[in-house]
Design a protein around this ligand. Structure first.
Ligand SMILES: Cc1cc2nc3c(=O)[nH]c(=O)nc-3n(C[C@H](O)[C@H](O)[C@H](O)COP(=O)(O)O)c2cc1C
Length: 204
């Protein structure tokens, strides 16, 4: 564990900026651990979790964004219960962030249209699956038409994927922060719901 004491160690006013800095880095930097959060939803059978790629972090609106297939099971869960939970951990910085929020599903609207334009063929390819994610198959399958497996799909042939493309935007209501340090861990709760964020120290 690092022996250098970061500014936020005893200054709760610096924690929220650090959280958004890590989230923003996660959107841009493939090497950043915060790029791959665990996202938890509530299915009818109980809690359900999966890893996604963080695609957007907007501190001005307290919003996190990821892309998904409209046919995936998480969509059904979110339609029944908008509550969503994110879990992040940066191993090098020893920082865990938990985020609770409310999800909005974007499908065939301005938000998806704008993003779809910028998505490259390799990422669009996932949305070309002919059956829904999680569908039972008699044979091992990628779900993608055979001719595209292992190939770069020409961009005009990926347009069909827009039919399945969805964006989940989550308005974050609170963060919980945990920083591990050999001289003593630090934990804090940040409430975002009021006019300005409130930060409270917690016992780790
Ligand atoms: C590294 C990694 C990144 C992933 N990124 C996404 C993603 O951005 N969006 C997504 O819907 N699924 C992503 N997945 C797949 C999900 O973890 C999950 O298997 C899939 O979305 C089906 O989940 P569901 O049945 O709960 O809806 C990713 C998986 C891994 C391992």
């Amino acid at each position: 564990m690092s022996s250098i004491e970061p500014g936020f160690y005893n200054n709760k006013d610096l924690i929220l900026d650090k959280i958004w800095a890590l989230l923003s880095k996660g959107v841009k930097d493939r090497e950043e651990d915060f790029r791959l959060p665990v996202v938890v939803t509530n299915s009818k059978q109980g809690p359900d979790a999966r890893i996604v790629v963080l695609r957007g972090a907007y501190p001005d609106r307290n919003v996190l964004r990821f892309h998904t297939d409209i046919r995936s099971e998480k969509i059904e869960s979110l339609k029944n219960n908008k509550q969503i939970y994110f879990l992040f951990y940066n191993k090098e910085e020893k920082i865990q962030v938990r985020a609770t929020g409310t999800a909005t599903i974007h499908y065939k609207d301005e938000t998806t249209a704008e993003s779809w334009k910028k998505i490259q063929s390799m990422s669009r390819k996932c949305y070309l699956a002919t059956t829904a994610p999680g569908s039972v198959s008699d044979n091992p399958t990628s779900g993608i038409p055979e001719q595209y497996n292992g190939k770069t799909v020409p961009i005009d042939e990926t347009e069909l994927g827009y039919e399945h493309f969805a964006i989940i935007e989550s308005t974050i209501h609170s963060f919980e922060w945990l920083y591990l340090a050999s001289k003593g861990h630090r934990r804090a709760k940040i409430e975002l719901s009021g006019t300005s964020p409130t930060v409270t120290w917690l016992t780790p």
